[in-house]
Design a protein around this ligand. Sequence first.
Ligand SMILES: NC(=O)c1ccc[n+]([C@@H]2O[C@H](COP(=O)([O-])OP(=O)(O)OC[C@H]3O[C@@H](n4cnc5c(N)ncnc54)[C@H](O)[C@@H]3O)[C@@H](O)[C@H]2O)c1
Length: 425
Amino acid sequence: MNETTPPSVSASSPSPAPAGGTLGVAVVGLGATTSTLLAGLSLIRQGKNEAVGSLTEMGEIDGVAIRDIVSLAELADLEFMAWDPYATNALEAARHARVLEGPMLDLVADDLAAVVARPAAFDQSWVSRLENTDNVISADTKMEQAEALIADLEDFKSRCDRVVVLWSASTEAYRPTSAAHLSPAAFELGLKENDPMIAPSQIYAYAAIRAGVGYINGSPNVSSEVPALLELADLNQVPLVGKDYKTGQTLMKTIVAPGIRSRRLGINGWFSTNILGNRDGEVLDDPENFRSKEVTKLGVLEDLLKPEEHPELYGDISHMVRINYYPPKGDDKEGWDQIDLFGWLGYPMQLKINFLCRDSILAAPVMLDLILFTDLAARAGLSGIQDWLSFYVKEPLVPAGSTPIHALADQEAMLFDALTEMRSA
Ligand SMILES: NC(=O)c1ccc[n+]([C@@H]2O[C@H](COP(=O)([O-])OP(=O)(O)OC[C@H]3O[C@@H](n4cnc5c(N)ncnc54)[C@H](O)[C@@H]3O)[C@@H](O)[C@H]2O)c1
């Protein structure tokens, strides 16, 4: 590893309890990513597909399957519930998202129709493009919303052996940390007084922590990483994971940029643009929501290239990221990267990447692995930020004083080290 921060898992890494029984997955957001995950799991359980892209199902370390190194929940033992501000179910969500072909959907229709959206903690001021919602918790205060979510989780816990919460809902508007986020007492007062700076995703994170279950943030929202929730997660011994699934363009960036740096080639420009036409793209079309995404996408390159070590190579880079909502594309995102680099004697060169990817097809195995590994963390007694899962996210949350690791190969090494430390006895 050429980056230096050790994974925090080494601080305590007791042998995890075995993963027997059912694992309940409470998903926030019943949209493209969630319905694609559920459809894939149904097909895999039926023996009609393989879990392509998932390390928990297909990965090995030194020739030994990861499932034989650590005890992980079986796919047959996963139970799902979901919240969404639209009265929908996973089948309707999959049809709306148009990720999967019709015949494939027919095979999973019953399983998907069974996952019906529970009323959501929702506030349109955070996601302006979502209008006419019809499935929102009716409550006077944010604290009452949180209590309703906790009641849902307690009910789910009574039906499952263990539970994790996964935020796979829309990207919220970017708003920085405020006074209400600084301590548990301030946060709880803010919930009671409807502080406008407390986001719905923070209400879900609070509910998960109060219910004593792990919380994963698949979006770029500022969510569980505020001081109040970090403190509560430590008190309640809850693992936190985030944030923003690393799937398309940023995945490529964290593969290509370390290679260019390894050869000490210079870079003076990196322009990334995307077109996509799903609801995520529509939500991100609002500049306030795009700002959240931009923050997670822009930080990556600087952390990877470490311009402070080589200002002559990486000290003056124009780095731009654009996302354009273009409805005909649907979920089939197309990303272009124009990289302006230079070599010996300063001669300029160009590298162009055109990634014709499928957003939710890339996200689903990431979601699966995050769910199973967060459950593993909980069984191992790990709480607070789980940076050993940085492999899966665009903007890894790290404990105070640590530097995030972005290069995919380094993240993989950190993941494998952590799993090896948690090896089942
Ligand atoms: N698909 C990818 O490759 C990818 C990659 C990185 C991050 N993400 C992030 O994952 C998230 C989900 O993406 P998607 O493609 O499934 O989006 P989507 O728009 O298809 O679905 C999101 C769902 O969340 C619901 N929602 C919004 N606010 C909610 C709330 N407060 N409570 C409950 N539900 C709420 C919406 O109604 C919608 O059904 C987004 O934040 C996206 O940026 C996706």
